[in-house]
Design a protein around this ligand. Structure first.
Ligand SMILES: NC(=O)c1ccc[n+]([C@@H]2O[C@H](COP(=O)([O-])OP(=O)(O)OC[C@H]3O[C@@H](n4cnc5c(N)ncnc54)[C@H](O)[C@@H]3O)[C@@H](O)[C@H]2O)c1
Length: 272
């Protein structure tokens, strides 16, 4: 029988986390590094990236970073190849980088928000949200598959959202189809890549306290609105996501693919 250590073993694994300098991605990087994986963080923000890499190294982690915009396709190819070159292989990839989409068409108190209305939505804003939250997942999976096929398999874990499965008026409109597209794409990729030993799954968070949307969840009214949706009366802390990340990256989840695993304190049960 496998021991606890064997079931959750990620020691020596070559891991990439996109958007790993903050929030949920940072927690992924931390749990992987703390458990002996070799981690490369891709992030757009060089200052945050440097400080997270330094901090995780202080804790003994084998961690480095590359400044990458996940929407920049040639740069993504280069960055994946640099990880394969340095680590010799790529075993686990967290496609996590994402941005918010501005205000929704309603406020938390139910009033209309003029700038969130579809008829005035900025086209460039729509394009950028789709590019970062959906098209970059395509690029990430593409380069993961290219490398993982060479070494006989791997794990791809995409951060989706409960927004893929329910509609929310207080979240910017482009966010919803981007995440719904992510879920469908992940199922398609699980179908295509399973026979190559590559398992593809989504983590679908509800509200978590991170820096997304300029740290919107730190604003008391917004925080309260999201807390009230949770069946356990609070929003997620990034520590809450580490167990699921470790599960999906480790032998423990060897028969799981094409899944959207919701981690939301039960919020989806409350939202109408
Ligand atoms: N926080 C939540 O409530 C919540 C809920 C559901 C889903 N999510 C998803 O979780 C993921 C992580 O978000 P978070 O809440 O941790 O946010 P965050 O803002 O704390 O962290 C996101 C990180 O991604 C980086 N990033 C943004 N755009 C990038 C780009 N183009 N290229 C490379 N890096 C980029 C940022 O610099 C930052 O370090 C996103 O995909 C988000 O949609 C978050």
């Amino acid at each position: 029988m496998a021991t606890l250590q064997e079931m959750f073993d990620v020691r020596g694994k070559s891991v990439i986390v996109t958007g790993g300098a903050s929030g949920i991605g940072r927690a992924y990087a931390e749990v992987m590094a703390d458990n002996g994986a070799r981690v490369c963080i891709f992030d757009l923000n060089p200052t945050l990236l440097d400080s997270v890499v330094a901090e995780l190294r202080t804790n003994g982690g084998d961690v480095w970073g590359q400044v990458v915009d996940v929407a920049d396709r040639p740069r993504m190819k280069e960055a994946f190849d640099a990880v394969a070159e340095r680590h010799g292989r790529i075993d686990v990839v967290f496609a996590n980088a994402g941005i918010d989409a501005g205000p929704g068409f309603l406020s938390t108190t139910g009033g209309r928000i003029p700038e969130g209305a579809i008829d005035v939505l900025d086209d460039h804003h729509w394009d950028r949200v789709i590019e970062v939250n959906l098209s970059s997942v395509y690029t990430t999976v593409k380069h993961s598959a290219r490398h993982m096929k060479e070494t006989g398999g791997g794990r791809i874990i995409v951060t989706s959202s409960i927004a893929a499965q329910i509609n929310e008026a207080i979240v910017g409109t482009p966010y919803m189809p981007a995440k719904a597209g992510v879920d469908h794409f992940v199922r398609q990729m699980a179908m295509e890549l399973g026979m190559f030993g590559i398992l593809v799954n989504c983590i679908s968070p509800g509200p978590f306290m991170t820096n997304i949307a300029g740290g919107r969840l730190k604003i008391p009214a917004d925080r309260k609105a999201f807390e009230e949706q949770s069946l356990i009366g609070r929003i997620g802390d990034t520590e809450d996501i580490k167990g699921l990340a470790l599960y999906l990256a480790s032998p423990c989840s060897s028969y799981v693919t094409g899944s959207q695993i919701v981690i939301d304190g039960g919020s989806m049960n409350r939202i109408k």
